[in-house]
Write a new protein. Structure first.
Length: 258
């Protein structure tokens, strides 16, 4: 509204100056001397209005450019976040292939976690269309997540190691022994080894070929507790803290089934 009024004032002064200079006969020297201050005042007013109008136009243009740059920055920021996420997935895939197994079929985003306190099952966005089959091992650089138990066209369900129905052959790194571990509350694994197996708190627990379910030598977790065996017991029981932080899973690698 203000800008429009300024344009009208500017136009009126411009027309007035044209009329004065074109159609009015040259005034006398005395008259010219008398009105020269008014003329200078008029010219100064016109220049001030012109500067004011130019300032408004410049401010409007700068505002439009600022909004455009702000939108462009938001777009680039979103794309940067996506690229960082893709880079992290590629880095995870590289670590899995170098440290665990070259038989990586796909990296699958996690799209759902089991709502139970155990977080026993994980749904991932990858299925038969991406070459996924049942019994594939799900893993991350930190260690084993679990095994694919159900496959759809573009989604699969992974039974995690901390599910009570899960069974995984395990061994103690550097000490040997073969045992079977299964999930227990809250978010731990319970493993049984033959009595006399050498183990201690802090030992690393790896997968073994025992049971033929998972590839061997993958990280399962750390011995958290060694339970004292009963007098007539034939097994040694330990509690394992899993290497994987299941609630924070964002994507998993899926290895070719054995």
């Amino acid at each position: 509204m203000v800008f429009s009024r300024l344009l009208w004032v500017y136009g009126g002064l411009l027309i007035l100056s044209l009329v004065v200079t074109r159609f009015v006969p040259p005034p006398s020297v005395a008259l010219t001397s008398g009105i020269s201050p008014l003329t200078r005042l008029g010219q100064s007013s016109v220049q001030n209005v012109r500067h004011l109008v130019d300032g408004f136009i410049l401010e409007r243009d700068l505002g439009s450019k600022y909004i455009a740059l702000l939108e462009q920055n938001q777009t680039l920021t979103g794309e940067n976040v996506k690229l960082k996420a893709q880079l992290e997935v590629l880095q995870q895939a590289t670590q899995i292939m170098q440290q665990q197994s070259p038989a990586l079929v796909a990296m699958a985003p996690v799209i759902a976690l089991d709502p139970s306190p155990l977080l026993a099952r994980v749904t991932v966005r990858a299925g038969t269309d991406q070459g996924i089959t049942r019994f594939m091992t799900a893993t991350v650089p930190a260690g084993v997540v679990g095994q694919v138990i159900s496959v759809g066209r573009n989604e699969s369900v992974v039974l995690t190691l901390i599910d009570p129905e899960s069974k995984v052959g395990v061994t103690i790194a550097g000490k040997g022994g073969r045992g079977i571990a299964s999930g227990v509350r809250p978010g731990r694994l319970r493993a049984e080894f033959p009595k006399g197996t050498q183990m201690a708190i802090g030992d690393r627990v790896l997968t073994s070929s025992y049971g033929g379910v998972f590839p061997s030598s993958l990280m399962v977790g750390i011995v958290e507790t060694v339970l004292p065996p009963g007098p007539n017991s034939l097994v040694q029981v330990i509690v394992i803290k899993p290497a994987v932080d299941f609630p924070s899973l964002e994507s998993v690698g899926l290895l070719r089934a054995l």
